[in-house]
Design a binder for this molecule. Structure first.
Ligand SMILES: *Cc1c(COP(=O)(O)O)cnc(C)c1O
Length: 357
């Protein structure tokens, strides 16, 4: 039975399916790797996967997540986005037939020593300027030669990741380097995350890797998900569990950081930082009360937060509250908190019950 505490994460399955279709149109004939890492960006990896059943492949980080997907019947490709962390993982990668990123010399050495039951398809990842993961471009030919010589290698795909696809930095500086290094090679490539797929669809190539857009959030600071045609995959909703009347000069919450400038009504919402709502959300973070835009007041507590009821004089105990989702874009809430939608979505706590549309 669901908790009587009114906090819920409503999962919009049809929105994920529609967002995937939008990614599909954007990608032309390219295949789509739906990124479901971080428990499906906080939506639940199995829940997200059911909604994204039309994807050509899924991408996760951990073997455990791959196990759960195989256990749930996913038979198409599963990418391990960082490959393996030790050779002990190789037999399972082999057994599950995973599509494995190789980004480092150590991984290549472990593969050279491994005898698989069947060929392992590999994504060879190169560093084109993000300087996080990937072989240096100068090693591209030697890595390719070694990968091609592996007993265990299945099909090979060249991969890189863009650092600034969502902002003014763009992708040209990385793409030019990658193109130059790949010159004359006839191998499939995987480049695009959501931002690149939306902004530079030519980068979809063999395998595009959309993540955040599938969950209905915009990867861009300057354009909303709605303007991109994306629908929110989750609505975090709750209700008022108390109402306080403050006299001028009275304060609300820990530290008393908000001081009422005049007499006002304050709503207490069942949602706090232990639910994943950011504690650093300052007074003024947008929230919907009874469908009307209002703002948070004072500090977010572990289990509660406070909202201004001035714009909704009729609101009382039981009035519905939307923290983000339908009617209030998660990226707007994130921007008000000095972060990005990804962080808010991934942080939704296990104690928040999901309900499906
Ligand atoms: C997370 C991730 C993606 C998806 O990025 P979005 O910005 O969510 O679209 C794509 N590729 C790699 C390598 C990733 O780690």
């Amino acid at each position: 039975m669901l908790s009587h505490r009114p906090l819920r994460a409503r999962f919009h399955s049809a929105a994920l399916a529609a967002n995937l279709q939008l990614a599909r149109r954007q990608a032309g004939g390219s295949r789509l790797i739906a990124v479901v890492k971080a428990d499906g960006y906080g939506h639940g990896v199995l829940r997200a996967t059911r909604a994204l059943a039309a994807a050509d492949a899924l991408a996760v980080l951990e073997l455990d997540a791959a196990h759960r997907l195989r256990g749930a019947g996913w038979s198409r490709r599963i990418v391990l986005l960082e490959g393996f962390f030790g050779e002990s993982e190789l037999p399972e990668i082999d057994a599950m037939g995973l599509f494995c990123v190789v980004h480092h010399e150590e991984q290549l050495r472990m593969l050279e020593a491994f005898k698989p039951r069947r060929p392992i398809p590999l994504l060879l990842k190169f560093n084109t300027g993000m300087n996080r993961l990937g072989f240096a471009l100068g090693e591209l030919r030697s890595v390719l030669t070694r990968a091609a010589a592996l007993r265990c290698a299945g099909d090979l795909t060249l991969m890189t990741h863009f650092a600034c696809a969502d902002d003014d930095g763009g992708i040209a500086w990385q793409l030019e380097r990658f193109d130059a290094a790949c010159e004359g090679l006839d191998l499939p490539r995987s480049l695009a995350n959501s931002a690149a797929l939306l902004r530079y669809p030519a980068t979809a190539e063999a395998w595009a890797r959309p993540g955040i857009m599938l969950y209905g959030a915009s990867p861009f600071a300057e354009s909303s998900a709605q303007s991109l045609g994306l629908a929110p995959g989750m609505t975090l909703q709750s209700a008022l569990i108390a109402v306080q009347r403050l006299s001028p000069g009275e304060r609300v919450g820990y530290g008393g950081s908000f001081v009422a400038p005049a007499a006002m009504r304050v709503g207490i919402v069942a949602c706090g930082y232990a639910d994943g709502y950011p504690r650093h959300a300052a007074t003024g973070t947008p929230v919907l009360v009874d469908g009307v835009r209002s703002r948070t007041l004072g500090r977010v507590s572990m289990d509660m937060l406070c909202v201004d009821l001035a714009p909704v004089p009729a609101a009382g105990v039981g009035s519905p509250v939307v923290l983000w989702g339908q009617g209030l874009a998660v990226e707007e809430v994130a921007a008000a908190c000095g972060t990005i939608s990804y962080e808010l979505l991934c942080a939704v706590a296990p104690r928040v019950p999901f309900v499906e549309d």
